[in-house]
Structures are given as C-alpha cells and as structure tokens.
Design a protein around this ligand. Sequence first.
Ligand SMILES: C[S@@+](CC[C@H](N)C(=O)[O-])C[C@H]1O[C@@H](n2cnc3c(N)ncnc32)[C@H](O)[C@@H]1O
Length: 286
Amino acid sequence: MIDATVGLGGHAEPLLEADERVRLLGIDRDPRALELARGRLAGLGGRARLVEGRFSALAEIVEATGIGPVAGILADLGMSSLQLDSAERGFSFRFDGPLDMRMGAEERTAADVVNRYSEGDLRRIFRELGEERQAGRIARAIVAARREEPIETTSELRELVYRAKGRGAARRREGRVDPATRVFQALRIEVNQELDGLDRLLESAVRVLDLDGRLVVISYHSLEDRLVKNTLRALARGKVDEITGRPRAETRLIEVLTRKPVRPSPEEIELNPRARSARLRAARRI
Ligand SMILES: C[S@@+](CC[C@H](N)C(=O)[O-])C[C@H]1O[C@@H](n2cnc3c(N)ncnc32)[C@H](O)[C@@H]1O
C-alpha cells in the first residue's frame, strides 16, 4: 500500500497492524513528521518504508523505489496536528507566530506572498483559493499596511483581516468559524501549491494501483473535495471517442465507490473535532 500523506503515521500504523502481509510506502513532504512516523512504525518489522517527497511526484517515487502495482493508496490531505499546533510554523491564527506556512522545503513563505504579491494577485488567491467574499477589500488593506512596514506575524495578519472586514468581524470570531479562516486557507494553498499537486497525485495513483485496488482520499475543504470529485468522475467516465462522441470503455480506469462523500459521525467528531470537515471519497481500479 501507499500512504501518500503518511504524516505522523496515524493511518499507516493500523494498516500495517491489520495484516502481516501489508507492506507500506509512506510519503510526506514534512521531514519532521517523517521522523515521528519512523519512530512510531519502527516496531512493525521493517514493513514500512518512508520517503520525503511530494505526492505529486508519486509516479517518480514509485519508479525509484521499484515497488510493483499496489493494493491501496490513501491520501489524507491538508495539515497534520504537528503542523497546526506548532506556533513557529505559522499555519494557525490561534497562535502568534511568523507567517511561514511551509509544509516542507518550499521556497516561498506566506510572508513572501503577503508582502510581495500585487494587489490583483492577492485578491485572486483570496477569492479563488479561499472563496473569500471580501477578497478585494482585504487585498487593498494588506497593500496599504505593508507600505508602512512588512506584515510578519499571524496575529498582525489576523487583525488586519478583522479590520478590513469591518464591524461585526470581531464579534463573529467568537462563533464557530474565525473571519480570518479563508485568508489563511488561501495562503496555505498558495505557499504549498496544494491544488496542482493533488491533480497530479490522482492521475498517477490510478496508474500505480493494481486491478481491484482502492484509492481513498480524505479532504478538508470544498475546493479540494470538488477537485477530487471531478477528477475521479473524469477517470471513471473515460476518454470520449472523437467519432462516436461516447466514452471509450477501455479508457475507463476506475469505478467511483462513493456517490456522496463519507462524512464523520457525530461520535467521531466529538472524539476528534478536527475530523469535523472531513470528506472521504473512494474508487476501485477496474
Ligand atoms: C492530515 S495530515 C496526515 C496525517 C496522517 N494521516 C496521520 O494519521 O498521521 C496531512 C499530511 O500531508 C502532508 N502533505 C500535504 N501535502 C503534501 C504533498 N503535496 N506531498 C506530500 N505530503 C503532503 C503534510 O505534510 C501532512 O503531514
């Protein structure tokens, strides 16, 4: 099996424990997570192999490691608790930290994006990657503020977003969703180029899967989920024949197993509040 986002090994461990015949290739772009996963999986008889890399390079990683077609591929997208809870990595507005947000060895930090992108580009990423309705206002406020001095920390950015959104934003932050959530999401996706990589992951995954193998993807926000849904549908439909205008049967690579995404039960959310927004979609290689 392949765990394309092995993180701290929370999924890899039960997969390996479930059956002694399971061997697992774990990939993650975050070297600190891999170190912890290595410790956690050490007792499992050397059946896990961990590789630092991006899942967009799945095909190349599989080729380099020489493993054959696999029975299952799992991708649990987004951030690990390790990343979210480390103030110094700047993913979360719950802590004051530098505006970093790099999951691995990316070149650009969130501070680079905030302080260097044009107003138009900031507006575009807040709108497209954050689905933020007040993208224009927030981009304008950022450009005005950085003329005075660079924006360096998560709390400076959060306050700026509150001010740009105006009255009511501060009050609503007591509610369930912080008004700065969408801006932080957009920056994180931009810094880590998350959506580009996901597309490539799914395309390669179906080619690495053995016949009857399963692909399981868990996403945490609607942009990601939509991309997963549409890509899986396209792979299930196959390519259209130019002459007949119908999909060609032999180009259908998968069957989608989840018509609707699987959501966590209230009990699971109570045990693990971060599962709240999770949506799981699965497919079978045919
Ligand atoms: C939600 S966590 C996975 C947690 C894991 N399932 C566990 O049980 O510990 C997501 C992980 O995906 C990694 N990640 C995100 N985008 C990635 C990418 N493009 N390539 C490789 N790893 C990625 C992150 O570094 C993070 O560790």
